[in-house]
Write a new protein. Structure first.
Length: 282
């Protein structure tokens, strides 16, 4: 690991053994170093790899503007979140989440805590990510001696949702959340039931809807051999689930200009049938 440039006393730009640029964080790691000087790995507390699509100027500005304590607590929250969610998340989450937490702390100091309008939707649609958000708020409150509202948990949860899918950014993730909620409302109204939000099938259905919507946004066509045969069989075997899937299809095509193929409809019908056959009536 070779030193390239100091961002401040505790953060530096370096080059790893493979010739890739990385941001390294450690007490005094950027202080009085010469370009090309080897870095002591024991001094490196954290390392952030600069991705091919990242703009260096933006990253440099970020690490200059965000306090090290915020970066440190954000890194702890991400590690905790990855363990709860059970997967490695995108490195860029450190940038977006630290920036969000820093801004939330600044707002809190001025008494401008903001209620997320999707708070209740996020809590029910993404229970694991919301739990991560709640634990994150507890850590932030303890680390910075503040009393940030737990409504902030939903906003943090969305960052973890966004990091798991190629949705095109936070605005797209918010759109996806609204579309999922609209689809669930269509289902509840069609069947006249309350969906069991704690069931495994419900959780799987939310995940399916998430990726289904992302595919539609990215104009990706799902196509498999013999799915047209399955479409005919399932539409006859599960007529109510078929009718519900049709309503969702028509809504998505009308409101969002999606083009939903019979292949997508097959999976939609299967998930609807699984969820609704295990739900309790109101």
């Amino acid at each position: 690991m070779k030193f390239k440039k100091s961002l401040n006393n505790n953060i530096a730009l370096a080059e790893d053994d493979e010739g890739c640029e990385v941001i390294v964080i450690g007490t005094g790691i950027g202080f009085k170093k010469a370009k090309g000087q080897p870095l002591d790995r024991d001094q490196i507390q954290k390392m952030f790899r600069i991705g091919a699509n990242d703009k260096y100027q933006r990253i440099e500005q970020f690490f200059n503007d965000i306090p090290l304590q915020v970066i440190d607590i954000t890194d702890q929250i991400i590690e905790m979140g990855q363990e709860k969610i059970g997967k490695k998340l995108n490195d860029s989450l450190l940038l977006t989440l630290a920036d969000h937490i820093h801004f939330a702390l600044e707002r809190h100091k001025t008494g401008m805590d903001v209620q997320n309008p999707l708070h209740w939707d996020i809590r029910h649609l993404y229970p694991v990510e919301y739990l991560v958000g709640e634990q994150a708020v507890n850590r932030i409150n303890e680390a910075f001696r503040v009393t940030m509202s737990h409504s902030e948990a939903s906003s943090i949860a969305l960052h973890f949702v966004n990091s798991q899918i190629d949705s095109g950014g936070m605005n797209q993730t918010i759109k996806i959340t609204k579309m999922i909620n609209d689809s669930l409302e269509i289902m509840s109204h069609h069947f006249g039931i309350a969906l069991d939000q704690k069931s495994v099938n419900y959780s799987r259905f939310i995940t399916h809807l998430r990726y289904f919507i992302v595919r539609q946004m990215n104009r990706e066509v799902l196509s498999f051999k013999d799915q047209h045969f399955l479409y005919d069989v399932l539409s006859e075997r599960y007529p109510s689930s078929f009718q519900c899937a049709q309503k969702i299809k028509e809504f998505m095509e009308r409101q969002h200009e999606f083009t939903i193929t019979p292949d997508e409809m097959v999976y939609l019908m299967i998930h609807i049938e699984r969820v609704t056959s295990h739900s309790d009536a109101d």
